[in-house]
Ligand binder design. Structure first.
Ligand code: NAD
Length: 501
């Protein structure tokens, strides 16, 4: 059985730990690989490799750094199909979705290719008489990235292209559920000419995470995952003096007003609710429909779901399995709870028969089909909790104000969408809603790479969003230089506070 290890100092590393985990193919339910789980010694080795590589990389010219970034971008683009296959084999999402994830990550690599512009400081001549002032931004040192299972390529790419471009050395700790994409990416960096030790992969679990959070040589932590762990990482990392951005979970609402194009809204609800089997932090999970259009909208969603094929992501299906057996069981448990709590089950994904295409192997996959609830109450667990599966809950409201109030009372604030043809209503909504990323007639409003990605409230701990200008800011520290070159008129003794003239 193949064994997945770490990538340290430019080469695969077996590690010293004696613990391991299993990796599954979610479409067959079979164990396909084992995974090394890092020990504290492995954490130390990865951080030491990054620390050793940092001084030379920091001093490498922007011209040379961007040459490597452009090369990495070309390799990533060429080998996207292979990377997508690796993602699908361990995550389960359909191949087209895996390709899309890599493309969205590639956007940040392309942004990072312009790091020379992004790092430019400001210069003021003669701020005081014959005194010039300028600002520069410098890298932090060793930066760590801890990523979730649901985007094993894109989420790390939200961070490492800008971190590396800005002159830092990286230790990436991927999810233990789908670890192989990170090692594939490490090889691409090597092939692109990145010096050994600038990009390291540390496979593991809580031991690895805690080791990074407490390590004195780690300057920052970029975390993405569930809210309880994001909060833990933020609190632990900052307590150890690190700069931390920790992106957490979500419960994304889609508000449909009576004047919306209901066909567009139904398409969006299905795509946003069931794409990637609902395992997206920007998935739509609460469909807030104004009562007068709810029945018609639900009818249109039912028609569309009836055409979806759930099955092996490598075989042209629309929706794949869930990532693991325990996760599928947890999501199924929420469906059971929704029924018990009195919501109306319109489509029952527990009855799904995967598109087997004559292959009995898929029978043991981690299946749950698209599931739709109507008349969901805001006190039911299918509404209050992040389910992270293909379960869409319709919550009916009487008016725009009621819908907005419900969304603003939710503890999460990652993404939200409004469907309407009334520009004034849309404008009011985007101004009033307490959420970080807003889609207007767009269901999964993931910002393009040169803007920043991040939610509000319990969807983000820390104040810096991912990528865009905020990403550059996170991975650098500012310095301001005030300089004067001596000339014959220099000024004599003055112990007062310096003032400008
Ligand atoms: P998770 O929180 O279980 O794991 C995330 C990372 O934390 C993994 O690398 C994991 O190894 C590590 N981890 C898990 N438990 C830990 C512990 N007790 N101590 C220290 N480290 C621990 O999340 P997941 O299930 O991999 O991913 C799904 C979650 O991620 C969802 O909640 C989803 O909303 C969220 N997510 C958020 C965003 C965003 O941008 N806000 C994006 C993607 C995913």
């Amino acid at each position: 059985m193949p064994h997945v290890g770490h990538w340290i100092a430019g080469a695969p590393a077996a590690g010293t730990g004696d613990r391991s985990a299993d990796v599954y193919d979610p479409a067959t339910g079979k164990r396909t690989k084992t995974l090394a789980l890092a020990s504290q010694d492995d954490v130390d080795a990865a951080v030491a490799a990054a620390k050793a590589a940092f001084p030379a990389w920091r001093d490498t010219s922007l011209a040379r750094r961007t040459t490597i970034l452009f090369k990495f971008r070309e390799l990533l683009n060429q080998r996207k199909p292979e990377l997508a296959e690796i993602i699908t084999a361990e995550h389960g999402k359909v191949l087209s979705d895996a390709l899309g994830e890599v493309s969205r990550g590639q956007e940040i690599v392309e942004l990072a290719c312009g790091i020379n512009h992004l790092l430019k400081g400001a210069f003021t001549e003669n701020a005081s008489t014959k005194v010039d002032v300028f600002s520069v931004r410098q890298p932090l040192g060793v930066v760590s990235i801890i990523s979730p299972f649901n985007f094993p390529a894109m989420v790390p790419m939200w961070f490492f292209p800008l971190a590396i471009a800005a002159g830092n050395a990286v230790v990436l700790k991927p999810s233990e559920k789908d670890p192989s994409a990170a090692n594939f990416i490490a090889q691409l960096w090597k092939d692109a000419g990145l010096p050994d030790g600038v990009f390291n992969v540390l496979q593991g679990d809580k031991v690895a995470v805690d080791g990074l959070l407490e390590h004195p040589d780690v300057a920052s932590v970029s975390f993405v995952g569930s809210t309880p762990i994001a909060q833990y990482v933020y609190e632990t990392g900052t307590r150890h003096g690190k700069r931390v951005q920790a992106l957490g979970g979500a419960k994304n609402h889609m508000l449909v007003l009576p004047d919306a194009d209901l066909d567009l809204a139904a398409d969006a609800a299905v795509n946003g609710g069931f794409g990637s089997a609902g395992e997206r932090c920007m998935a739509i999970s609460a469909l807030v429909a104004v009562d007068s259009v709810a029945d018609e909208l639900i009818g249109k969603i039912k028609e569309r779901v009836a055409t979806l094929r759930t099955g092996d992501g490598r075989r042209g299906c629309d929706m794949g399995p869930l990532v693991t057996g325990p996760h599928r069981d947890k999501v199924t448990g929420y469906v059971d709870a929704g029924v018990a709590e009195g919501a109306e089950l319109v489509i029952d994904g527990r009855e799904v028969v995967p598109d087997a295409q004559d292959d009995e192997a898929v029978a043991e996959g981690f299946w749950l089909g698209p599931t739709l609830f109507d008349k969901v109450g805001t006190d039911m667990s299918i509404y209050t909790d992040e389910i992270f599966g293909p379960v869409l809950s319709v919550v009916r409201v009487g008016s725009y104000d009621e819908g907005l109030d419900l969304i603003n009372r939710n503890r999460y604030g990652n993404g939200v969408a409004i469907f309407t043809n009334d520009g004034g209503a849309a404008r009011k909504f985007r101004n009033e809603v307490q959420v970080g990323m807003i889609g207007i007639n767009v269901p999964v409003p993931v910002p393009v790479g040169y803007f920043s990605f991040g939610g509000w409230k319990q969807s983000l701990f820390g104040d810096t969003h991912a990528h865009g200008v905020e990403g550059v800011h996170f991975f650098t520290r500012g310095k301001v230089v005030t300089e004067r070159w001596l000339d014959p008129s220099h000024g004599g003794l003055n112990l007062g506070f310096p003032q400008n003239d």
